[in-house]
Design a protein around this ligand. Structure first.
Ligand code: SF4
Ligand code: SF4
Ligand code: FES
Length: 251
């Protein structure tokens, strides 16, 4: 019998209760407030992700981390689904591979990803996912939207053409820096990241210029001005450290 999948609860003190489940036929155990993704990673099982980043609240936005749970015909986003007692999770199947490839194809088709002229070429998480999943060409039409580039900030650039709407910028700015400069506006393919009340980034009164959003951005959407491809490799390792320090202080 499979445990009933449930959504990730609000952050709080870690639970001491442990659940036992199988992931890809391996018997594993995890705290009841841990996600399937957490449990898989702790046991060396890799699940593709894009919006998820250690240190930020998971939002289940990209759907790349979907897994199958025996007993249900639905797919579940493993980053926001908690482990359950007796759950039988499958992280890799023909269905999941097809689903993940389609998501990556849609992400490439919705904006203008011309890797050869992108400062993130060679260290882009979207590009890496395409390579890992074997996406060599698109089976859906390119939309070629005419999207703006906001270069009004003195140090940073926001190129909407490369954005995958992962919301990492929104979360790091609100949850870690506490500035709440970023937000999302619009719906569906018209959704855009915005700064303040949709003002140019350079005129934002809340942006502290810390650059955290730039370094958690998985693609070439947020970059530093004047940096070469090699210099613009993102450095998001500060996040687990900051999160750990914050947890230590609150104890
Ligand atoms: S953001 Fe990534 S996928 Fe998009 S153009 Fe740049 S390197 Fe290519
Ligand atoms: S700007 Fe970057 S971090 Fe922000 S939503 Fe777009 S891809 Fe994600
Ligand atoms: S990593 Fe789980 S939905 Fe994006």
């Amino acid at each position: 019998m499979s445990g009933r999948p449930s959504a990730k609860p609000a952050a709080g003190a870690p639970s001491s209760k442990v659940k036992t489940l199988t992931i890809d036929d391996r018997l594993v155990s995890a705290r009841e407030d841990e996600s399937i993704l957490d449990a898989a990673r702790q046991n060396g099982i890799q699940i593709p992700t894009l919006c998820n980043l250690d240190g930020l609240t998971p939002v289940g936005a990209c759907r790349l981390c979907m897994v199958e749970v025996k007993g249900s015909s639905r797919l579940f986003a493993s980053c926001v689904t908690m482990v359950g007692e007796g759950m039988e999770v499958v992280t890799d199947s023909e269905r999941l591979q097809k689903y993940r490839k389609t998501i990556v194809e849609l992400l490439f088709s919705e904006r203008n990803h011309v890797c050869a002229v992108c400062v993130s070429n060679g260290h882009c998480e979207l590009q890496n996912l395409a390579q890992t999943l074997g996406v060599t060409h698109l089976t859906v039409p390119y939309l070629h939207p005419k999207l703006p580039v906001d270069a009004s900030h003195e140090r940073f650039v926001n190129d909407h053409n490369r954005c995958v709407l992962c919301q990492r910028c929104v979360r790091v700015c609100g949850e870690v820096e506490g500035a709440h400069t970023w937000d999302l506006r619009g719906r569906g393919i018209d959704t855009r990241v915005i700064t303040d009340l949709n003002q140019p980034w350079g005129s934002s009164e809340t942006c502290t210029g810390c650059g955290k959003c730039v370094h958690v951005c998985p693609t070439g959407a947020l970059t530093e001005k004047g940096k070469s491809i090699r210099e613009m490799a993102k450095q998001s390792r500060f996040l687990p450290y900051l999160t750990m320090m914050r947890e230590d202080r609150s104890e």
